[in-house]
Design a protein around this ligand. Structure first.
Ligand code: TXA
Ligand code: MG
Length: 305
């Protein structure tokens, strides 16, 4: 059963949780200003409370009402919103984005999603909506309605079916604080696209500012082995490129990074359901979107990022 964006907006106003489709992954949403509803998100996901949530808004104007945007943040917002980019800025409005949503930080993470149904929910609700990925904490993010319903659907009063997520990986998270721009989480908007706009990024030590980057994350139940040339006995091989492994399990038979990103979490889940000895994954080039794919794979395999 799926609800309309208007019904989802009504559920948010009632203080309930929703399943929200976005172009990256499905989110578990709540009114960002309602601490009780936000607490229910942490409980449903089993998420540690020190890990802050992203506030989703309908446009850059609504974003500027909750976060303080300097010139670099404005340039990034203009170039990539609506879309798979999250900006971390100093917080301006601690009422509409409650302390728990920010894990007590004096900053706020903001995203304007592109998915038409997400936009319809945000427009109808009229305020910021926190939405972490709809998986239970530590598991792969859901990229289909069925997977989202499976993970945290039990906690949602309304669930909007927006089909399969086009991007398939979570948004790029960039902080813009004290005039410094740093990449906290690679995603569909690539490092080089950001640097083309705002110059060289601050060093990766800055990445420690993102409290959610736990080492073991995005992990299926089966152990994940990366940079694999072939499957060992009992393993499923997620291939990349022509002639690598079984085409049914290929991230992208033609070696396309966008296709691989869109398929990654779904195939990890499907492989896991066959209860393999392990999941092996072909090497993925580090260019462009490859940085984000390799980041998720290293974490799924349990390496510190
Ligand atoms: O694509 C996405 O971003 C999806 C969809 C649903 O929008 N959402 C998502 O949310 O991936 P979540 O909660 O799974 O990841 C949010 C990331 C975490 O790594 C968190 O630590 C970081 O953003 N984050 C949130 N607020 C922050 C802040 N104030 N400072 C630094 N990092 C922050
Ligand atoms: Mg997540």
């Amino acid at each position: 059963m799926s609800q309309t964006p208007d019904q989802a907006a009504q559920a948010l106003a009632n203080g309930d949780l929703i399943l929200l489709p976005t172009e990256t992954v499905y989110g578990l949403g709540a009114d960002a200003g309602n601490a009780q509803a936000v607490a229910a998100i942490f409980a449903a996901k089993g998420r540690p409370r020190f890990n802050p949530l992203i506030s989703h808004v309908v446009d850059a104007k609504a974003a500027a009402a909750i976060g303080a945007f300097g010139p670099a943040a404005c340039a990034l917002a203009e170039a990539f919103w609506p879309g798979p980019l999250t900006l971390v800025t100093p917080v301006r409005d601690t009422t509409r984005v409650c302390d728990l949503a920010r894990a007590g930080l004096d900053t706020v993470a903001i995203r304007v999603p592109a998915h038409p149904m997400a936009r319809a929910v945000l427009a109808a609700f009229g305020g910021p909506v926190v939405a972490p990925s709809a998986n239970r904490s530590g598991r792969p993010s859901p990229t289909t309605f069925a997977d989202a319903a499976d993970e945290t659907g039990f906690a949602a009063a309304a669930a909007v079916d927006g089909g399969s997520c086009q991007v398939g990986l979570e948004s790029t998270v960039v902080s813009v604080l004290d005039g410094r721009v740093a990449l906290l989480r690679p995603g569909a908007v690539t490092r080089s696209e950001i640097e083309a706009l705002v110059g060289a990024l601050a060093d990766s030590g800055e990445g420690h500012r993102s409290p959610g980057r736990l080492a073991l994350h995005y992990a299926p139940d089966a152990p994940v082995r990366i940079e694999a040339d072939e499957a060992k006995s009992g393993e499923v091989l997620l291939g990349f490129g022509r002639g690598v492994g079984d085409p049914r399990w290929s991230l992208s038979p033609c070696g396309d990074l966008r296709e691989a990103a869109a398929n990654l979490f779904r195939l990890l889940r499907e492989a896991d359901r066959t209860h393999p000895v392990g999941i092996a994954v072909s090497p993925i080039p580090m260019t462009g979107l490859g940085e984000a794919i390799n980041d998720r794979l290293r974490r799924a395999a349990g390496f510190v990022g």
